[in-house]
Structure formats: structure tokens, C-alpha cells
Ligand binder design. Structure first.
Ligand code: SF4
Length: 313
């Protein structure tokens, strides 16, 4: 099964020949479901930091954020090893705002040393054709012509079950997502499209979750980021969880769905020969605000268990 997909580190190694770290940056955006354009409060599970609890402060300039984020990574690393960076605009909706100002911030980030790629997290309903085209043309100054500059767009989709999408206040229909993926491939085929999915949303069956996987595969996503639903303090989801309205998934339940999801990726590969990149096998909520499921707090153990019980089987 394993040859049917690449992990993020395998994928980056294939492109850059070495380890690549993503450094999380903040472009100072908000979301249309937060500022009143489509609603208030944002997605029901999202923390006040807009899904960017590990991101540098927006009070800093982009250059300062890059420097600070690089230092954090370098403190944890074996400095004798070769590694490079991808500038990752992670929290909130990073194509929602003044497009020229945002492009300027992306440009500042990619012009820092050792940056070989740009990842932009956004919503499919906030992605104009013009913005796709402008992003696809970004490249650092004096970048070698024969060297690849990697660009990815990450789309927060979470589920293909429309009633769940309404429940989480996603604020757009599935067709908006399929249209955005099609436009990305048409306007800028070199942009790598990653889709975020959440398993364990209230009222979702095993079948619903697998339907979401098949939906994004059929829509021609290039990569997927999986996560289990986290309940974080000070979110509307936390109120429902504290009232006992739903339970989060156990590790066994999550692993069962994840294993099936990877089997569906395998079937997709056998039919199409398209190798999907699994950028994340599960996420981890910031420990200081994580209410449930607590098994996700030990990220190292969870990733080891995924290797042991899913990837090596
Ligand atoms: S679109 Fe993303 S950042 Fe914005 S509220 Fe929803 S999950 Fe949070």
C-alpha cells in the first residue's frame, strides 16, 4: 500500500534532496465567517488564533517572523544536517484581504535565506483567478532558473457531508471547493493543491468520513492533511462537548478510519497512477487549550503508533 502515496518528508526529499521544514507565519488576515461577511465566530472548532496556535506573532514584521520561526526550528535540530524551509502562511484565510498587500507579504517571506517554497492556507471561496495567477508567478529574487520553487495552496474543506459543513459553519458548499481545485489546476498546474479533512465530526459515520476522502480524490486534490477533531478551550464546539452533546474519537477509532482512508488512496492510485501526498496523518491542538481527545497530546507516540499499526501493516 505504501507506494501509493508519499509522506510530506518523502515528497520534499524527492523535490529538494534534503529535509524541509515549514515555518508558520501570520499575514494578519481574518476569515469571512469571522468578520460578518458570511458569519461571526468562525468555524465551530477553530481557536481564536485561526488554526495557527504554533504561528509567530502577527505584531512582528514578516522578516522578523521568519527569523524567529527559523530560530525555533534550528534550536531543535542537528545543525550538521542539510535542511531548507517553506514559508507557511498558516492561520486564518491568507488570500482574504487586499491582494496586493498579501502578495507583498508573501514576497517578503520568500526572499529570506534558505526559503525554497511557499504554502498558503486558505478557503476555496476566497481564491480569485487573478490571485491564483499572481501567486503562481512568485519566485525569490535571483532564484536559480533551473531550481524548482515550490508553491502549495491548502484548502480547508474538512468534510463533504453538507449537513456537517453547515454544522461547523464552514460557509460554502462542496461545489465551491471542486470549482476552486479545478481553477487551480487550470490556471496554475504547477501549484500543489492540498486539502484538509477532519475525522470525527459530530453525527458523521465511518462511511461519511470515507466519502469525504473519495470526494477530494475525485476532485483531483494533490495532497491531503488528515486530522482528528480536536475540542479546544473557548470554542463553540467546547460548549457542546462540555454539555455532553458528542464525544471525540478514541485513538483506535481514528486509526480504523485513517487506515481505510489510506486503502482508498491506494485504490485511487491503482486506477489513476496518481500518487497522493499525505502531508499529515493527524494534527495536534495546542496542549494548553486542548480539552479532548487527550491521546493526541503525545504527538510523538501517536506518530510512532501510526507507523507501527498502519504504515507498516
Ligand atoms: S476558515 Fe479556517 S481559520 Fe477561518 S474560522 Fe474556519 S477553520 Fe478557522
Amino acid at each position: 500500500m505504501k507506494e501509493s502515496f508519499l509522506t510530506a518528508s518523502e515528497y520534499y526529499k524527492k523535490i529538494f534532496g534534503c529535509k524541509v521544514y515549514k515555518i508558520s507565519l501570520d499575514a494578519g488576515c481574518t476569515c469571512p465567517t469571522r468578520d460578518g461577511t458570511k458569519g461571526f465566530g468562525g468555524c465551530i472548532f477553530c481557536s481564536s488564533s485561526g488554526s495557527g496556535d504554533f504561528t509567530a506573532s502577527r505584531k512582528l514584521s514578516i522578516n522578523e517572523q521568519v527569523e524567529q520561526a527559523k530560530k525555533l526550528v534550528e534550536n531543535k535540530l542537528n545543525k550538521n544536517r542539510d535542511f531548507l524551509y517553506i514559508a507557511y502562511f498558516q492561520n486564518f484565510t491568507n488570500t482574504y484581504g487586499d491582494e496586493n498587500e498579501l502578495l507583498e507579504k508573501f514576497t517578503q517571506a520568500i526572499n529570506q535565506n534558505e526559503i525554497v517554497g511557499l504554502s498558503i492556507a486558505t478557503r476555496p471561496d476566497c481564491l480569485s483567478d487573478k490571485m491564483i495567477s499572481s501567486i503562481s508567478k512568485l519566485k525569490p529574487k535571483n532564484y536559480p532558473a533551473n531550481k524548482e520553487f515550490y508553491i502549495s495552496i491548502e484548502l480547508g474543506f474538512q468534510t463533504s457531508k453538507e449537513s456537517s459543513a453547515n454544522f461547523i459553519r464552514r460557509g460554502y458548499e462542496n461545489s465551491i471547493y471542486t470549482d476552486a481545485v479545478a481553477r487551480l489546476h487550470k490556471i496554475a498546474p504547477e501549484i500543489h493543491v492540498v486539502t484538509h479533512l477532519i475525522f470525527g465530526l459530530p453525527e458523521e459515520s465511518f462511511e461519511d468520513m470515507i466519502n469525504s476522502v473519495n470526494f477530494v480524490l475525485k476532485s483531483q486534490t494533490d495532497g491531503i492533511k488528515f486530522t482528528v477533531l480536536h475540542v479546544l478551550e473557548n470554542t463553540d464546539l467546547a460548549i457542546l462537548w462540555k454539555e455532553g452533546k458528542f464525544q471525540t474519537m478514541s485513538q483506535d477509532e481514528y486509526f480504523e478510519v485513517l487506515k481505510s482512508a489510506l486503502q482508498h488512496i491506494n485504490e485511487f492510485y491503482l486506477k489513476t497512477k496518481k500518487q497522493i501526498v499525505v502531508h499529515r496523518f493527524t494534527g495536534d491542538g495546542a496542549k494548553k487549550i486542548l480539552l479532548s481527545p487527550m491521546w493526541t497530546a503525545n504527538k510523538k507516540k501517536v506518530l510512532n503508533d501510526i507507523k507501527k499499526y498502519i504504515l507498516q501493516n
